[in-house]
Write a protein that binds this ligand. Structure first.
Ligand SMILES: Cc1cc2nc3c(=O)[nH]c(=O)nc-3n(C[C@H](O)[C@H](O)[C@H](O)COP(=O)(O)OP(=O)(O)OC[C@H]3O[C@@H](n4cnc5c(N)ncnc54)[C@H](O)[C@@H]3O)c2cc1C
Length: 406
């Protein structure tokens, strides 16, 4: 057995949520180690379009973004929604463009800027919470074990979180899983504006269909329930893009696939951990509208770090502190899916309702009808009633029900 390493906090993962946790803890003087399963810098399938709020977080916490952490085009002006009935709605982000992040280097940059000690190429395996401390086992690629002991463990290990699976063994089978696959194509002719992220509300293409430009190639992304034949949906999307938008693409030379826990933020079913083990970022279920997860990962990660600091300083139960502090990020994230907030508030950082309000009655009706058709296949997940009830509760009490969290 290897020598046991001790630290105040062990973070699992070395991505954006981990960098935000680490930033808080390291700045406050706590010894912190981040365990990352891949050698850094590692690849992370992502479109890399961050919201204005996430952009501000990066600058305020890690400083100006160096050129190496950006893809080409380096910035994104906003999003364009397409409806099959023929309406296109381009919407600019509030406050100007946001950076187009290259997640391989942006995450590496943020984790380095946090000042945390990283042990990479090391996969978190399990943790045992003894009340006064947590023992952690991690494994390297030769299956050699590394042992750690810390006061708190923070799982920032993304959608397929081993920390969550260890805490709740039935979790994997209890939620819906979605596969998203992005294909990078050579461009022959692409009239889609390279300054925007493009998203289709088209039930015939998939649950999540998007496209944008990266480094001279066009990404065509498709998402559907895990286990679906995405090759067929991808082919269908290519045909649709050519027929409807005149997009002509050459062969695909790179494919990136990822399985995701989409849906938890819609129905307020977040997972925040137990005892001295906290869960944050997408592992906890944070995903904003059109699957923008980076800003929520950063903010929730910072809150997890702050909760640990509060617990150290006041010698109080960390879980209780975290759950009370994280309610603000739950509001930010779940409001994005809340029909009451969408109709009567302004939960997004691009003005959907304002843009729609300027369109003719005919176009508004098309958007309404196409949205209903787009949502119909989602019915099988039985989220509609839960979302509606959470929306009403939010209006009545000002909050989402914390009893629904794990
Ligand atoms: C195709 C695609 C496109 C997307 N596009 C966007 C977008 O444009 N904008 C946006 O904001 N969001 C986007 N997202 C979502 C966004 O990528 C995530 O929400 C965000 O990265 C979550 O950050 P995180 O730090 O919580 O987790 P992750 O970024 O998933 O990081 C988890 C880290 O933990 C490590 N890890 C996992 N398991 C272990 C283990 N057992 N031991 C040690 N380390 C482990 C991983 O290697 C990884 O480094 C996209 C997602 C996908 C799949």
């Amino acid at each position: 057995m290897s020598r046991r390493r001790t630290a105040d906090v062990i973070i699992v993962g070395a991505s954006l949520s981990a960098a935000a946790v680490a930033k808080r803890l390291v700045d406050a003087g706590y010894e912190t180690i981040a365990l990352e399963r891949f050698p850094l810098p590692r690849n992370k399938p992502c479109s890399g379009i961050i919201s204005p709020r996430g952009h501000r977080f990066l600058i305020e916490n890690f400083g100006p973004l160096p050129k190496e952490v950006l893809h080409d085009p380096t910035a994104c002006r906003g999003v364009t929604f397409y409806f099959p009935g023929g309406v296109d709605l381009p919407m600019d982000f509030d406050g100007g463009t946001t950076p187009h992040l290259n997640r391989t280097y942006s995450d590496y940059w943020a984790i380095k800027r946090s000042g945390v000690t990283v042990h990479d190429n090391l996969r978190f395996h399990s943790a045992v919470d003894h009340g006064t401390h947590v023992d952690v086992i991690a494994r390297n690629h030769d299956d050699g074990e590394q042992h750690y002991r810390a006061r708190y463990v923070i799982g920032a290990d993304g959608p397929n979180s081993q920390v969550v699976r260890g805490l709740y063994p039935g979790y994997r089978d209890a939620i819906a899983w979605f596969t998203v696959k992005q294909h990078l194509h050579e461009i022959i002719d692409c009239p889609l504006d390279p300054e925007y992220f493009h998203f289709w509300f088209h039930p015939g293409l998939g649950f999540y269909t998007w496209s944008h430009q990266r480094s001279g190639r066009q990404i065509v992304g498709v998402g559907y329930e895990a286990g679906t034949d995405l090759a067929e949906r991808h082919a269908r999307t290519l045909t649709y893009l050519e027929e409807r938008h005149g997009v002509r693409l050459g062969p695909c030379d790179l494919r990136e696939t990822s399985v995701n826990n989409f849906g938890l933020s819609l129905i307020n079913r977040y997972v925040f951990g137990r005892g001295n083990i906290l869960v944050t970022g997408q592992a906890a279920g944070f995903l904003n509208m059109i699957a923008e997860g980076m800003s929520a990962a950063l903010h929730s990660g910072a809150i997890a770090g702050e909760a640990a600091i509060e617990a150290f300083r006041g010698n109080r139960p960390v879980q209780e502190i975290y759950r009370s502090m994280i309610a603000s990020e739950v509001r930010r994230c779940s409001d994005q899916w809340n029909i009451m907030k969408i109709l009567f508030g302004r939960p997004h950082e691009a003005d959907f309702m304002g843009t729609l309000a300027k369109r003719s009655m005919r176009e508004k009706m098309i958007v309404l009808k196409d949205t209903a058709k787009f949502l119909a296949p989602w019915g099988r997940f039985s989220w509609g009633r839960q979302m509606l009830w959470q929306a009403v509760r939010r209006v009545m009490t000002g909050d989402y029900d914390p009893r629904r969290w794990k």
